[in-house]
Design a binder for this molecule. Structure first.
Ligand SMILES: Cc1cc2nc3c(=O)[nH]c(=O)nc-3n(C[C@H](O)[C@H](O)[C@H](O)COP(=O)(O)O)c2cc1C
Ligand code: SF4
Ligand code: SF4
Length: 254
C-alpha cells in the first residue's frame, strides 16, 4: 500500500508512479482521515510506503498524526519506505517518519527524496514554466531510480538533501509564526465556488456569505487553497503576489 499526502500534486504523482510500478494500492491520507479509516492489514509480501511533502524541514503534522492513529495488522515485518518530495531541503522529515513508524512497531527500511517544484510561494516563484519543466524532467530520473530501488527492496537512507535536528528546531519556530490563518486574504475575483473549503485537509475553511472564512487560528499552511483556487483569489500576506499558482501537471487533482 502506498499512502500519500499531497496539497498540490507532486507527492500524489510520485505515489502513483510507485503504485503503478509495484502494483500496490494507492491510498490518500486525506481521504482516510475524512472517512475515519485508520486500520490496515498488511498481507505477507505487501509493502508499505508513505509519500509526502516537506513543510519547514519536517514531515507535515497531518502525516505524523495519521500514522500515530493507525493500527497496522501484519504477520511479518513488511518492507517499509518513505519518499519526501521537496523543493530545496527535505530537513528531518525522514527522521520524523522513522520515529512515527517505530511507535507503530514498524521498522522503516528505506527513505528517499525527490526534488520537485517548491510550492512555498511566500518565498519562491512558480510562474516560470520552463524552469518548472526542467525541475520535473530531472525529477523523473530520480523517481525512476527510486522505483527501481523500491522494487529491489533496497534498504538504507538514500535522502540527499537533509538538515540537522537543531536547524529543524529553528525552522519549527518559523513555522509556528507563519501558519496563522489571519495571513490569508481573498480578492473580489472569488466567486464563492467553495472549492477551497472542500479541499482543505484540515477543514479550516467555511464558506460564509459566498466567501471563504478561515475558522481555525492555525492551519497546515499546505497552500492547497491558494494554488488550486480556480480564480487565484487567495493570497498569503502580500508575499505570494506575482509568484504564481502551481499544481503538478502530470496528475489529476479533484
Ligand atoms: C508550508 C510549506 C513549507 C515547505 N517547506 C519546505 C521545506 O522545508 N523544504 C523543502 O525543500 N520544500 C518545502 N516546501 C515545498 C514542498 O515540500 C514541495 O513543493 C512538495 O513537493 C509539495 O508537495 P505536494 O505538491 O504533494 O503538496 C514547502 C511547501 C509548503 C507549502
Ligand atoms: S476556491 Fe477560490 S473562488 Fe472558490 S470559494 Fe475559494 S477563494 Fe473563492
Ligand atoms: S486553509 Fe489552505 S493552507 Fe491552510 S490547511 Fe487549509 S488548504 Fe491548506
Amino acid at each position: 500500500m502506498i499512502l500519500y499526502f499531497s496539497a498540490t500534486g507532486n507527492s500524489k504523482y510520485v505515489a502513483k508512479r510507485i503504485a503503478d510500478a509495484t502494483g500496490e494500492k494507492l491510498i490518500s491520507i486525506t481521504d482516510c482521515i475524512k472517512e475515519n479509516i485508520h486500520s490496515f492489514t498488511i498481507e505477507p509480501g505487501e509493502i508499505i510506503g508513505v509519500v509526502s511533502p516537506v513543510y519547514f524541514w519536517e514531515l507535515p503534522e497531518i502525516v505524523g498524526r495519521f500514522i500515530n492513529r493507525c493500527e497496522f495488522f501484519k504477520t511479518e515485518d513488511p518492507y517499509c519506505f518513505f519518499v519526501a518530495t521537496y523543493g530545496r531541503n527535505a530537513g528531518i522529515s525522514g527522521r520524523n517518519i522513522k520515529a512515527d513508524f517505530a511507535e507503530r512497531k514498524i521498522k522503516l527500511s528505506a527513505r528517499f527524496d525527490v526534488k520537485m517544484v517548491d510550492t512555498y510561494t511566500p518565498v519562491y516563484y512558480v510562474n516560470d514554466e520552463k524552469e518548472n519543466d526542467s525541475i520535473n524532467q530531472k525529477a523523473e530520473k530520480q523517481i525512476d531510480k527510486t522505483i527501481e530501488q523500491i522494487k529491489a527492496r533496497e534498504t538504507g537512507d538514500f535522502m540527499i538533501n537533509i538538515a540537522s535536528p537543531w536547524a529543524a528546531k529553528l525552522s519549527r519556530i518559523g513555522y509556528e509564526k507563519a501558519r496563522l490563518t489571519e495571513f490569508f486574504s481573498v480578492s473580489d475575483s472569488c466567486n464563492g465556488c467553495g472549492k477551497c473549503a472542500d479541499i482543505c485537509p484540515e477543514g479550516a475553511i467555511k464558506i460564509e456569505d459566498g466567501k471563504p472564512v478561515w475558522k481555525e487560528e492555525k492551519c497546515l499552511l499546505c497552500l492547497a487553497c491558494l494554488h488550486r483556487c480556480p480564480q487565484f483569489a487567495i493570497q498569503y500576506k502580500k508575499s505570494t503576489q506575482g509568484k504564481g499558482q502551481y499544481t503538478n501537471p502530470n496528475i489529476e487533482l479533484e
